[in-house]
Every structure is written in C-alpha cells, then in structure tokens.
Design a binder for this molecule. Structure first.
Ligand code: HEC
Length: 120
C-alpha cells in the first residue's frame, strides 16, 4: 500500500517538474526580451524619408550629411538593420541620440532601420 503512495508522489513530482521545464522562461527567451526584436516589414522608401524628415534631419542634416549627430549617408556599411533598429529604439550616447521608442511605432522604426541599412 505504502509503495503505491510513494510511486504516486513520484509520478506527480515528475509531472510537475516537466511542466516547470516548459513554462519557466529559458535563457534564450530572456536574452531576446533584453534585445529589442525588430518586426518584419517591407521597406517603403517614401515612408522612411517622411519619418526621417520629421524626426532625424534636425540633428543628422537635411541630406543626412551630419550636424549635431553623425553623418548617416553610408551608415549601412557599418551597421546592420537590427543594430540600427536598436539604436533608434533605445537611443545612444547617453541621450544625445534620443530614444524613439515612445515617439514612433515599432514598424516605423524598423522601416527606417532597413532603409538606412541599404545606404552603403
Ligand atoms: C537630438 C538630436 C538627434 C536626433 C533628433 C536624432 N539623432 Fe541620431 N544621433 C544623434 C547623436 C548626437 C548621435 C551620436 C551618438 C553617439 O555616438 O554617442 C546619433 C547617432 C545616431 C546613429 C548611430 C550612428 C553611428 O555611427 O553609430 C544612428 C543610426 C542615428 N543616430 C539615427 C537616427 C535616426 C534614424 C533618427 C530619427 C529617427 C535620429 N538619429 C534622430 C543625435 C540625434
């Protein structure tokens, strides 16, 4: 009789452990949450230019030639779309380059990032 109780407890414990293994966030998942995930978008140059005109040229120059912020005309040869997405989302240089997380939609940032990544 006791044997049955023991193995019953063991089975329940194993099932509980298995459930925990699948529900606890893995290391990969945690790492992904820290790094902003770029949504997949189809690049629209027209939209990107409008977003950049409204938000970026005051610091980066009308032709992205640079000003208060660095020249971005060939930024695609230095940074990938994901890296650009991260910089525009979070900002850079302790706030000198502002974060656009609350000003632009994720998709708008992704579109600008992919557009800039093509500038080589
Ligand atoms: C208030 C001024 C300002 C505005 C507005 C601004 N930036 Fe910047 N940006 C900066 C400064 C200053 C830096 C340099 C930060 C550093 O490297 O420490 C920078 C850096 C960057 C970089 C990194 C360049 C590199 O070589 O590492 C990218 C990319 C960038 N900005 C894109 C943008 C985009 C896209 C927008 C518009 C959505 C924008 N910035 C709006 C000031 C600005």
């Amino acid at each position: 009789m006791q044997k049955w109780i023991m193995s019953g407890i063991l089975i329940v414990a194993c099932a509980f452990a298995a459930v925990l293994m699948f529900t606890l966030p893995g290391k990969d998942q945690v790492a992904q949450e820290e790094k902003p995930q770029m949504p997949a978008v189809t690049v629209s140059a027209e939209q990107a230019e409008a977003t950049v005109k409204a938000n970026c040229i005051s610091c980066h120059g009308t032709d992205l030639q640079g000003g208060a912020g660095p020249n971005l005309q060939k930024i695609g040869s230095e940074l990938s779309a994901e890296q650009l997405y991260g910089i525009i989302t979070k900002g850079k240089g302790g706030g000198m380059m502002p974060s656009f997380k609350d000003k632009l939609k994720d998709e708008e940032i992704a579109n600008v990032a992919m557009w800039l990544a093509e500038k080589k």
